[in-house]
Design a protein around this ligand. Structure first.
Ligand code: ATP
Ligand code: MG
Length: 240
């Protein structure tokens, strides 16, 4: 696999009569940040589940580096365990120092003994990130990890994830409904629609990216159009 952390070739997946993925080809390299957009129900989570090894394809091949971990929209913490125990859940006791370091990296040093119920939504999601980090993933799968957060916390978490990914260089697959989030974070953005990628292109702009950069605005328009969202001017009511 050399530099490639994830490789899908001709992947098909149906549920009953419904074909969700109709021949997907995808490669994500080590250290590459890939964002996936697409209307609801197009199979984005299904694709992540295939990458995580939680689903098997009906046809085609899925190859992925062995250390993979997923962060979901909700933090999925065990309420009866303290924060550090949540971070190192399922790992040997010797991983507790690494767990503390991961908590410090996400800005939660000193919260090791807190109970999940006492955390804010943003803090709980940081714990989920620390739980992913401590596993030193080669492939980090993110399924709308910021969707449940308020706008300001979301921006802070995006910065944190960008920083952590730049430092640890996993291959990242981020599923999001937020075009600006994808354009802010990713090296490459694709749209999943009708079972295949309608668009799959490098962003190709240096970071940090300026939202008002005309090149970014063009790309945003193109992605929105692939998602079936037309510019506001096209929605002006017909005077007749
Ligand atoms: N285990 C399953 N059994 C039957 N149908 C399923 C199963 N998993 C997913 N589906 C169906 O596959 C389709 C794609 O689901 P998926 O969750 O991958 O969509 P999604 O793109 O992640 O949507 P959203 O943006 O709403 O999260 C949906 O129609 C869903 O109902
Ligand atoms: Mg989903």
């Amino acid at each position: 696999m050399s530099d490639v952390a994830v490789r899908l070739a001709g992947v098909r997946k149906s549920f009953g009569p419904k074909t969700v993925l109709a021949g997907i080809d995808l490669e994500v390299r080590r250290g590459e940040f890939f964002a996936l957009l697409g209307p609801s129900g197009t199979g984005k989570t299904t694709l992540l589940r295939l990458l995580a090894g939680l689903e098997v394809p009906d046809a085609g091949t899925v190859l992925a580096a062995p250390r993979r971990t997923t962060v979901y929209q909700e933090p999925r913490l065990v309420q009866a365990r303290r924060v550090l125990a949540n971070v190192t859940l399922g790992l040997p006791r010797s991983s507790r120092d690494a767990g503390r370091r991961a908590l410090a990296e996400v800005g939660l040093a000193g919260h090791e003994r807190a109970w999940p119920a006492t955390l804010s939504g943003g803090e709980a999601q940081r714990v989920a990130l620390a739980r992913a980090l401590v596993r030193d993933p080669q492939v980090l799968l993110l399924d709308e990890p910021f969707a449940a957060l308020d706008a300001l916390t979301r921006l802070q978490m995006q910065d944190l994830v960008a920083e952590l990914c730049a430092r640890h260089r996993p291959a990242v697959v981020l599923v999001t409904h937020d075009v600006d989030e994808a354009l802010r974070l990713a090296d490459r953005v694709a749209v999943l629609r009708g079972g295949t990628f309608a668009d799959d292109r490098e962003v190709g702009l240096p970071r940090p990216r300026d939202r008002d950069d005309p090149a970014l605005a063009d790309r945003r328009r193109a992605l929105l159009s692939h998602l079936g969202v037309e510019p506001a001017s096209a929605l002006t009511p017909d005077p007749h």
